[in-house]
Design a protein around this ligand. Structure first.
Ligand SMILES: [Zn+2]
Length: 403
């Protein structure tokens, strides 16, 4: 396939074969499912790592989007901090205007709404957009594109800040988004976005970031090339501990904007790992296969010894590893979760029942596979009692550990 950004011919990095929609939890075990071939490719010209094939956006982000940001306390804190960072950028400006792409349930913008900051969330999923409105947040129910940017500029004027968290990597037509930002951003404005960082994914082999919703796996090198195409400049990169390692990229449309030392640092780290060359990905498939194989063998061993194993956290990102390693209800009796809409459903592809967290507390299983591994610290604190009673969590990145 050709690169979505620069049209050059791409090269494959890894293939997982047929995979279901990562967030396609089934109401009934035999409900029809959407499958696609999950292959990740690298562009040797602009260095963008991306999906070879995607599911249609309408299937992925329909009216009911299951990922509600405000269910995690770590994320609540993280988004509050983003709001504080934005407040520091704009507090001295006269009538600043802030736009957030993928504003979800208003987890971030509600803090600025409280401060009476002029703002607009752009969010295609109706259920979370309505939750945001209940939080006092203004929402335009739409996908973001150049056309949406034109509409916003016409009605509200240009923006001081445009931001998005875990949303840019989901948007296939990223060129239209960057063109929209260029159009909508004031000359002294700042755009920033954060997404899972390719360098962390490669270093930790955290391939569970790879699923249908994540079209792009960003590096600073690729973002810089993409920005240049649209007259935008990469001015800063700030590493974030969330989602197993994310990067926040800052963009300006002013060529004279100062560039932070951090940009040079991270770009040199990326070059050291050879993320600008296919060589940087040469052992990735091998490492992925090793983790998947070892995980399954370890679970089988525990099962043979008569232990009951359950999963913890019915996350989208668990879909790839469960399906790729072929871990089904024969190994995990159920996956516990706290999201009300997921309880009573079945995991995509593997059909493991999803049960309430209260079931896990009552069962007190001896072994629990931590599928929401990126929230390990928070979960270990919450489940201190379980661990004290001898319950063990199994984690798998960068290697399999039982603790
Ligand atoms: Zn390219």
């Amino acid at each position: 396939m050709n690169c979505r950004i620069c049209r050059a011919k791409t090269q494959p990095i890894i293939s997982f074969g047929r995979m279901p929609q990562a967030n396609g939890f089934l109401a009934k075990r035999n409900d029809p499912e959407h499958f696609f071939t999950l292959t990740i490719v690298f562009c040797p010209q602009c260095f963008m790592v991306q999906l070879a094939e995607t599911l249609e956006a309408k299937i992925m982000f329909g009216d009911d989007y299951h990922f509600i940001s405000s269910t995690s306390t770590v994320m609540l804190k993280h988004f509050k901090k983003i709001a504080t960072d934005i407040w520091q950028m704009i507090s001295k400006k006269k009538q600043p205007f802030v736009i957030e792409l993928g504003s979800n349930d208003g987890i971030m913008l509600k803090h600025l709404a409280k401060r009476k900051v002029l703002h607009l969330g752009v969010e295609p999923a109706a259920n979370v957009a309505n939750l945001a409105r209940k939080n006092g947040v203004n929402v335009l129910e739409s996908f973001f594109s150049l056309q949406t940017a034109e509409k916003i500029r016409k009605h509200h004027g240009p923006a001081d800040v445009i931001c998005g968290s875990n949303v840019f990597c989901h948007i296939e037509n990223l060129s239209s988004v960057f063109a929209g930002i260029r159009l909508l951003l004031k000359n002294d404005g700042v755009a920033f976005f954060e997404d899972p960082y390719l360098l962390d994914i490669i270093r930790k082999t955290s391939f569970d970031q790879m699923y249908d919703e994540h079209v792009y796996y960003f590096s600073g090198l690729a973002v810089q090339n993409l920005a240049k195409q649209h007259g935008l400049y990469l001015t800063d990169m700030r590493h974030q501990p969330v989602h197993g390692g994310s990067m926040r990229y800052y963009l300006s449309n002013n060529p004279l904007s100062p560039v932070s030392k951090r940009v040079r640092y991270w770009l040199s780290q990326e070059r050291k790992l050879q993320l600008h060359h296919l060589r940087g990905f040469s052992h990735f498939q091998q490492k992925v296969d090793k983790i998947s194989f070892n995980l399954k063998v370890n679970l089988l061993r525990l099962k043979k010894r008569g232990y009951q194993i359950v999963g913890y956290g019915a996350t989208s990102k668990s879909t790839t590893i469960l399906n790729y390693a072929k871990i089904g209800p024969h190994l995990l009796r159920y996956i516990c979760d706290t999201t009300p809409t997921k309880i009573g459903t079945f995991s995509p592809g593997t059909h493991i029942p999803i049960k309430a967290h209260t079931v896990f507390v009552k069962d007190n299983p001896p072994y629990t596979l931590l599928l929401a591994w990126n929230h390990q610290k928070e979960i270990f604190a919450k489940e201190a009692r379980y661990r004290k009673r001898g319950g063990k969590f199994i984690t798998y990145f960068p290697k399999i550990t039982v603790q």
